[in-house]
Design a protein around this ligand. Sequence first.
Ligand SMILES: [Fe+2]
Length: 298
Amino acid sequence: MPAVMTSSAQPSVPTDKPTLLSGDARLERLRSIDFSFSDVLNRRKTLIRAAWALRRHGIICLRAAAPQATIHAIQADIKRLLTEIESGDHERLNATTYLNLPDQRVLKGYNHFRDADKPVINYRVARPDGRSGSDAGMIDIFHPERLSDALRDNIAACLQEDLIRRLLLVSSLNQMAVKCRNLYLNYGVKDTRSYHCDGRSLKFKSFVYLTDVRTLNDGPYCFVPGSQRRRRLWWRSARYNRRNKLGPFEFSQLAEEQALPVFANAGDMVISCQRGAHCGHPQAASAQRAALVNMYQR
Ligand SMILES: [Fe+2]
């Protein structure tokens, strides 16, 4: 049975976390959500199977979705961008992006980032109220496809939006549209948000990994399979959250539940229903993880 642990959403309130699947149990779970991207692309039957697996489990993994040469080109562009930021010469970036450095904020609030007319390079910082779950140390780039023409083409090749929209239509019977594109750069991020959902409306995210995520130290995406369909599980947390002044979307009551850490190679794509209980596992100090993230909504 999972021990009662302290939530990372608000340290003073105890919450129950799920057990992380490991060994054969993890592999067994993985088998039901694992598909080859080229099979989904080329075989209608596999696309339908993947869509129904997503409906049932709330998460699927499409292997080898992005070409390795494209991944390497994006990685090289990210390296150049970070070198430019670290050089301290920000003349070009100040003209072409909103550069939100830890000690110098030029734009505030998710809606402003999402609706910005230029890319937003946002360094996440510790919350001013001291509460945890801040993702401090993470660099969250909004609209990375607008950073350069080369990135626009390479990112489009990774995201495969036409196919993913078709898959989401079969899975959810809803026309979904891309509402936001992000590039997440996580370097030794320890203070990740605990299990939560991204609101109760229908929303999906696709994550294309640009680096390998092979161990818990790398900070894999973790998901409680099936939790997107279980209203009672959600209400149990919602009641507890109200009584204990936790945020409404924290999955604070997951004792007896099992979460799947999704390990992946660079180029794999994870698609997840954001109503389900999910979190990013805290990373080791030296770990690096990069992922392209698309948010799909009606
Ligand atoms: Fe989330």
